[in-house]
Design a binder for this molecule. Structure first.
Ligand SMILES: Cc1cc2nc3c(=O)[nH]c(=O)nc-3n(C[C@H](O)[C@H](O)[C@H](O)COP(=O)(O)OP(=O)(O)OC[C@H]3O[C@@H](n4cnc5c(N)ncnc54)[C@H](O)[C@@H]3O)c2cc1C
Length: 413
């Protein structure tokens, strides 16, 4: 049995940033990672992946001077290099390829039973991220066996595809990036199925939309805001990334369909409420804008009037192909890529700290059980905000810092 004051579960950017703050406070700790450190960034992004947040929004305390303070975007290899540099800089004590079978309460704190032995810790920080297990909707099981299916987390490049056209399901950033890439590089017919959407303004008040999402999610700290300037839009690295949206899909010939509702033998069935989804998305966007305005007024955020706003990427409704059925054979569909997100899994935590949906009951990041914390979760989130992307690389530092502060406060008690 090995004992640590604190065990951090998960060796992604959040876990490493927690380690930074724990070290700053001389708290002995160990990170336990089920795969390799930075697993998701090494193995779960496609080859042509680019961050959707600009450089200035990556916020790694102690190493920020190495990250360009500009509005350009890092590729998968560039951001991985930054994270690896950060891992070397923080140099945490960690164990990789370690599966935690169970965390339970014991007299001294918590007992962790792993396939590498037992551990005990007074404090546990869960930093396993929001994107654990690839989610496939139930209808994926009804897809005929001859159709190749994969989740976006397994997608690397078009060489993986089997012959035939492609249906991409899900219109988040992953679905849009993958659909655009496939259309451009393969010239095949690409169908993009979209469900209910919770869009963000790409740029609002001259600032990246994800910044506003972080603010609305309760995160305040971070680097000083870097607004866009007119010249930014002449830079391909910036303009191309900001243009990764449904409008661009439409312009490049990706066929946009409603939500995939069912499969009947060889026929994919889509909802006929595509127009309604688009209308709802536009309404949602308007609501988000109102809330950003309220936030700016309430918090007295200093921003410009927003002449470069880049959010009005509304689809041309006349160009929509309103089909609700796709015959797999007749349309030569050979592939389906599910960009349908992830489910979180805490089944290995044997503690009564979860709600009926299996999500941790947290208040300001602190779980209802003593000395167990969920990093990157549960700051005072605006519940009306539906996006899953409440926390990103910009907010990780604030979340880690607050987590370690709570741990310190509890130690003092
Ligand atoms: C496709 C995609 C694109 C994204 N793009 C951006 C972007 O452009 N900008 C941005 O700010 N954010 C982006 N994000 C969100 C991004 O994942 C986070 O900002 C960042 O990676 C969060 O870091 P994290 O350490 O909290 O989570 P992760 O990076 O997911 O790390 C969690 C770690 O915990 C490990 N783990 C999970 N379960 C266990 C367990 N039971 N035991 C031990 N270890 C475990 C995992 O293997 C992983 O290494 C993106 C997410 C996805 C899925």
């Amino acid at each position: 049995m090995r004992y640590f004051n604190t065990i951090v579960v998960g060796g992604g950017p959040s876990g490493i940033t927690c380690s930074y703050h724990l070290k700053m406070n001389n708290i002995e700790h160990l990170i336990i990672e089920k795969g390799e450190m930075l697993q998701t960034w090494k193995y779960e992004r496609w080859d042509s992946f680019y961050l959707v947040t600009p450089n200035w929004m990556t916020n790694l305390p102690g190493l920020n001077h190495e990250i360009p303070y500009n509005n350009e975007y890092m590729s998968k290899d560039e951001i991985l290099r930054v994270f690896e540099c950060y891992l070397n800089f923080v140099c945490p004590n960690y164990m990789e390829n370690t599966n935690i079978g169970r965390i339970s309460k014991c007299e001294e704190g918590y007992l962790l039973e792993t396939d590498q032995g037992k551990f005990m810790a007074k404090h546990i920080i869960i930093a396993t991220g929001m994107y654990n297990n690839p989610f496939f909707p139930g209808i994926s099981e009804k897809i005929p066996k001859n159709i190749f299916q994969m989740h976006s987390s397994d997608y690397r490049n078009p060489d993986q595809l089997k012959p035939g056209n492609v249906v991409v399901v899900g219109s988040g950033w992953s679905g849009v990036q993958i659909a655009l890439e496939l259309r451009k590089l393969t010239g095949r017919d690409i169908y993009l199925s979209i469900g209910s959407m919770t869009p963000l303004p790409t740029v609002y008040r001259n600032v990246n939309g994800v910044y506003w999402l972080n603010r609305l999610s309760g995160f305040k700290k971070g680097k000083a805001i870097l607004s866009y300037h007119l010249d930014d839009f002449k830079n391909d690295n910036i303009a191309n990334k900001l243009n990764q949206n449904l409008k661009q899909c439409q312009m490049k010939g990706v066929q946009i369909l409603g939500r995939m509702n069912d499969v009947e033998e060889e026929i994919l069935i889509f909802s006929d409420s595509l127009l309604k989804s688009i209308e709802d998305a536009d309404d949602y966007l308007d609501q988000v804008k109102i809330r950003i305005e309220e936030h700016i007024a309430k918090e007295k955020v200093e921003v410009s009037s927003g002449t470069l706003d880049h959010y009005n990427n509304r689809l041309d409704l006349d160009l929509l192909n309103r089909i609700t059925e796709l015959d797999l054979d007749r349309n030569k569909i050979g592939n389906i890529i599910w960009c349908t997100g992830f489910k979180r899994d805490y089944s290995w935590i044997d503690l009564p700290i979860f709600n009926e949906k299996g999500l941790p009951k947290v208040e300001d990041g602190e779980s209802i059980s003593e000395n167990i914390y969920f990093c990157s979760l549960g700051l005072k989130v605006d519940n009306k905000l539906k996006s899953a992307f409440g926390v990103g690389l910009f907010a990780i530092n604030e979340s880690a810092e607050r987590t370690v502060q709570m741990l310190l406060d509890n130690t003092m008690k």
